[in-house]
Design a protein around this ligand. Sequence first.
Ligand code: 1YM
Length: 657
Amino acid sequence: MASKGYSAENIQVLEGLEAVRMRPGMYIGTTSSRGLHHLLWEIVDNAIDEASNGFASEVQVTLHKDGSASVFDNGRGMPVDEHPTMGVPGVQVIFTVLHAGGKFNNENYSYSGGLHGVGASVVNALSKWLTVDVFLNWSHYRMEFTSQYDPAAGKVEAGKPSGPLQVIGNTRKKGTLVRFLPDDTIFEDVRFNGEQVARRLQELAYLNKGVRIVFTDERTPEKDSRVFCYDGGITDYVQYLNAGKNALHNDVIYLSGSRDQIICQAAIQYTDGYSDSVFSYVNSINTPEGGSHEAGFKAAFTKCLNDYARRIGLLKDKDSNLAGEDFREGLTCVLTTMVKNPQFEGQTKGRLGNSEVRPAVEAVITQQMTDWLDNLKNQETATAIVTKAIRAAQAREAARKARDNSRKAAALEAAPLVGKLAACTGRKWEDNELFIVEGDSAGGSAKQGRDRRFQAILPLRGKPLNVEKKRLDQVLANEEFRSLITALGTNIDDKFSLENLKYGKVIILSDADQDGAHIRAILLTFFFRYMKELITAGHVYIGMPPLYKVQKGSKTIYAYDDRELAKATKAAGKGYTLQRYKGLGEMNPEQLWETTMDPSQRKLMRVSIEDAALVDRLTTILMGDKVEPRRDYISEHADFNRPDDFELPPDQNREGA
Ligand code: 1YM
């Protein structure tokens, strides 16, 4: 009986993991680089859970030379005793049964991220091999799994134990070590991006106060190793985000509390800037689209400050309340919440849906913020915040007038705009593309080379205004941006509406030099600050002109980076000519079409905001007025040309390939 039940369960187990390999997208969303990294985050999340629940103090993440990744935590160690119904060790269940996480769920684990909720077994199913070492009860245990073709079965056996749980020896260590090699027959690209991994680990370290996270990239010649550990948690995070800015007050405001089992923390610091930077998280997962927790925070924050402004007489009876956005000008805030069963909604699952969270966060923030405002030692800062908000309200009114005027002006100036913008003839906005091209001469080539049925060209004369240092009314006074806004049709800032967008793709085309990088950065900053949804909805792209042309006889190969150049010259053999393109202007219309505009051949990068907080910090550093952080950043990242160095992690879109 027992042995029959055991083998039946075994069969079911194997079928389960094979389903993951049949439809990986259903479990990890995509098999692109993002999906690959998702495997690592599944394991890291388990380790961080162990630490945030107080059982582990350190998490080590290592990218190995052989392409595998490993994660270690010094916690309790995964259970190795026999599972009551499965009859196999706990670790084996965890790695071979889909959604096994739920079986072990108890009070301690009720705040897990659960964005995809797939767990360790999915990582195993999508790996060539996976090993788990458990250090527990003074013993070192190991179990190994492989996914490989079984000729007898005529199929791939997914995540199958290579043998039983072994006892390797004695140990003083405690914890769990998981190492795995992603399967290159599943993923388009199996190389982990060290920078991306480090960035997320740093974020996790800020969100999990006091946890020491050690990141090592053994693939680099120097074996890069970095330690992230922040005793101040999100307070340190806010200071880090404000690194390039002038803070209005030194002490970060820290609010925390819980209500109805919802734990909530906020760290707040104002700067003399104008942007509104609220970064919210649920169970350590970023929610760039906001949701009920953010709504609760904003409502409470605005109400407390309005009440306070009246109490101290900065707002009079006759004055109307200040708007939430006025209190958020120059605000940097990190808001975290821990929620059981979070529901993520929206196109990119970046918004918290749980309605019970709003009143809970609102209550915590109201109570905490009221206490903070009542404290005598905070009066100076509190007054400065209200004064700044009053000025913001006045500026908002001025901007509204400017916008109305410029709307009228834009209508009057329709003729010169048409002269600049070469519109396309197609009527379907989704298919239409707007190329924003650096320089009149490249603009001319693009106009001649394009397919006018769906490609429109907007040439930019010289460098556009650096919007980071400007207010909305000044941005609107700038002719380059006015023609861009009019061309897109969406309007901007709080008047932005994606519904009126006239182009499915907005493509930035600039030269591969410092100037080009700067123009690109300015445009991205503009989109980021005033049309964020254009980016989050995936409409912004960076065109990638080739860097080299390798010609031999009548055969031409274009190379888009140094790796491709090496390949091209090798393929060409002896006697080729090499041309390095310094600017778009060096290409004639046909070449520009072939290499950069033709959807079947070109390379585009889609711009995404994966970690908006760090992007925001970088836009400030690169575009703001403090020189020093900018110089440090640029000298650290010498090759400033490629957009990934701007750290807007783009999804590499090899279109048409
Ligand atoms: C390197 C990854 O997974 N650590 C880890 C995992 C678990 C435990 C301890 C643990 C949990 C419990 C009891 C409990 C578990 N994870 C799972 C699952 N590090 C890493 N450390 N004893 C040990 O929850 O009561 C189950 S146990 F399923 F989520 F993977």
